[in-house]
Design a protein around this ligand. Structure first.
Ligand SMILES: [Zn+2]
Length: 283
């Protein structure tokens, strides 16, 4: 990988209007561009969904971070986030690296969500993983692959930090996100070398809440599962607690890791957590 091949880097914040860390970091860096400039390349900072931020909502019409598919980009639809996705695409699709800043109400700590497959994407993830031992890497391979903002480019990923409520700033997570972005920029401005083997949590499936015949949720994430992101779930471990106090256990035969446990934004998407397998990934 040749460092000179990197000419422009994009930082996106406020893709979700109620995730304030990304919103306020984007606003901060737009006012103080010298902090994210590096000698080797240009850095563009974008505050993506300003209308949703004003209303402290994730989105206005549809989830921008699920709207960057070719289907949407080539459609004539005029929903707010579809127009934003098309505008973002024209602005950033030719950039050399896209980092998109998110927060979660789940106890994900510091994590990256990686859906791009390029070598540079993985070298950057590997470097950050070495520099920040607490950083976890989640490889997303779901149905909506290709619809994330960072997937508008060939290289890039999303930073997810939590737990933090929607519409709230937490200084510790704000500072950690800032450190991650600065380390990423320095990496991209360096020799681009990193270990080509990395421990990742590889997406397997989504687990919905138990529901009745009307589709209503009938149970909550079990107290023993709450906040246990990146912890192993063994067969027969508690998963949910019904409203009348009964425990529902994990029926799978393989021990797996739970991620995005009880994320507020995923109630409407119909899942209570993701299941992932921990692997050593060589690239
Ligand atoms: Zn988000």
């Amino acid at each position: 990988m040749n460092k000179k091949s990197i000419k422009n880097v994009v930082i996106v914040g406020g893709t979700h209007g109620n995730e304030f860390t990304g919103v306020f970091l984007a606003k901060y860096w737009i006012k103080n561009p010298d902090l994210v400039e590096r000698n080797g390349f240009d850095t563009k900072v974008i505050f993506a969904n300003q209308k949703a931020f004003k209303e402290v909502r994730r989105y206005i019409d549809r989830d921008l971070n699920r709207s960057c598919s070719q289907t949407v980009l080539t459609s004539t639809s005029i929903l707010h986030e579809e127009l934003l996705a098309k505008d973002l695409n024209s602005q950033i699709s030719s950039s050399d690296f896209i980092v998109d800043l998110h927060t979660t109400t789940s106890n994900m700590g510091l994590s990256l969500v990686v859906s791009n497959t390029s070598e540079l994407t993985w070298l950057a993830a590997s470097h950050l993983n070495e520099k920040f031992p607490d950083l976890k890497i989640y490889r997303w391979q779901g149905d909506e692959e290709g619809a994330f903002v960072d997937s508008l480019g060939v290289n890039g990923f999303a930073i997810e930090v939590g737990a933090v409520p929607q519409g709230v700033l937490r200084a510790d997570l704000f500072e950690k996100t800032k450190e991650l972005v600065y380390a990423l920029l320095d990496f991209l401005n360096g020799d681009l070398s990193a270990k080509k083997e990395i421990e990742i949590y590889d997406h397997l499936s989504l687990v919905d809440f138990p529901r009745d015949s009307d589709g209503e949720i009938t149970a909550m994430v079990h107290p023993k599962r709450q906040d246990m992101d990146f912890k192993l779930i063994n067969p027969n471990d508690p998963m949910f607690l019904t409203f009348d106090g009964k425990t529902i256990v994990y029926k799978g035969s393989e021990s797996l890791y739970g991620l995005f446990i009880n994320e507020a934004a995923y109630y409407e998407k119909g899942f209570a957590m993701c299941l992932a397998r921990k692997i050593e990934y060589k690239f």
